[in-house]
Design a protein around this ligand. Structure first.
Ligand code: Z5A
Length: 228
């Protein structure tokens, strides 16, 4: 797998809890490896030693964190990740596959917690230095199905414990992000493709690959033979 400077971009998987982002990130990385496409994987919050410590703080159910502090902690983790991992990887010509990015802040901190968009967008711009995803794949499931998938986990982190009304606002926000009018008004989020996350894992992975082929036809046309 050879990197080509100029080829790389940030690809983000997004969606409400339990829609299958982590599963699909793994399947996509497998397929890209078989197709010889250079890539690396990160998750938010986290993905760097500093970010992993911030993640522990953010998800710890015993912590009481006010919404602005919560948003700024996500931004601190993102700034560290962008500068130390994502930008260097893109400069090497890799596709960086991210489990969540700024769209999650829109869903959880702006729609969910009710923070003003203007301040959060400015903070994100400061954190990322203006880095925008080349594409976000927004996994979509009918209401409640994702939470049903993760219900069996037993333990719930601080954000998962935020209540039904909070999660309903988050789910509604994710639906809005797929609308062309929303995307046109929010260029800082980059292009967003809605992906039906129902059905078998491989069927969802095929839909994701299809979207990437539309976005980068030269790179993603090489479907790994084992998937034909
Ligand atoms: N957050 C925020 O508030 N603001 C921000 O700016 C950012 C994040 C960046 C991170 O938690 C939390 O931070 C998250 C948003 C917030 N909070 N919440 N709540 P995380 O990283 O620990 O968790 P998550 O991002 O919410 O992901 P998740 O709950 O682990 O779900 P997932 O990654 O989308 O799904 P999964 O782990 O791949 O799959 C879930 C289960 O479904 C699992 O048992 C799979 O085997 C199963 N699965 C997967 N695909 C299928 C299909 N196709 N059929 C059936 N079952 C399936």
């Amino acid at each position: 797998m050879r990197s080509q400077p100029g080829l790389g971009a940030l690809i983000v998987l997004e969606g409400a809890e339990g829609v299958g982002k982590t599963t699909q990130l793994r399947l996509l990385a497998d397929r890209m490896r078989l197709a010889g496409i250079p890539h690396s994987r990160v998750r938010e919050p986290g993905g760097s030693p500093v970010g992993d410590d911030i993640r522990r703080l953010l998800l710890d159910p015993s912590m009481s964190i006010v919404p602005r502090a919560e948003a700024l902690l996500f931004m601190a983790s993102r700034a560290q990740l962008v500068d130390t991992v994502i930008r260097p990887a893109i400069a090497r010509g890799e596709f960086v596959l991210a489990d969540r990015f700024f769209l999650a802040t829109y869903a959880y901190q702006i729609a969910g917690r009710g923070l003003g968009a203007e301040g959060v967008v400015a903070a994100n711009d400061f954190a990322t230095g203006g880095l925008t995803p080349g594409m976000t794949l927004l996994l979509d499931l009918p209401d409640g199905e994702g939470l049903g998938r993760i219900a069996a986990r037993g333990e719930h982190d601080r954000i998962e414990q935020s209540g039904d009304a909070f999660h309903a606002r988050v789910a509604r926000a994710y639906r809005d992000f797929a609308a062309p009018a929303w995307q046109a008004a929010h260029p800082e989020c980059g292009p967003v493709a809605l992906v039906d996350a129902r059905g078998a894992e491989d069927a969802v992975a095929d839909r994701i690959w299809g979207e990437l082929t539309l976005r980068w036809p030269q790179t993603f046309r090489l479907v790994p033979e084992s998937y034909l």
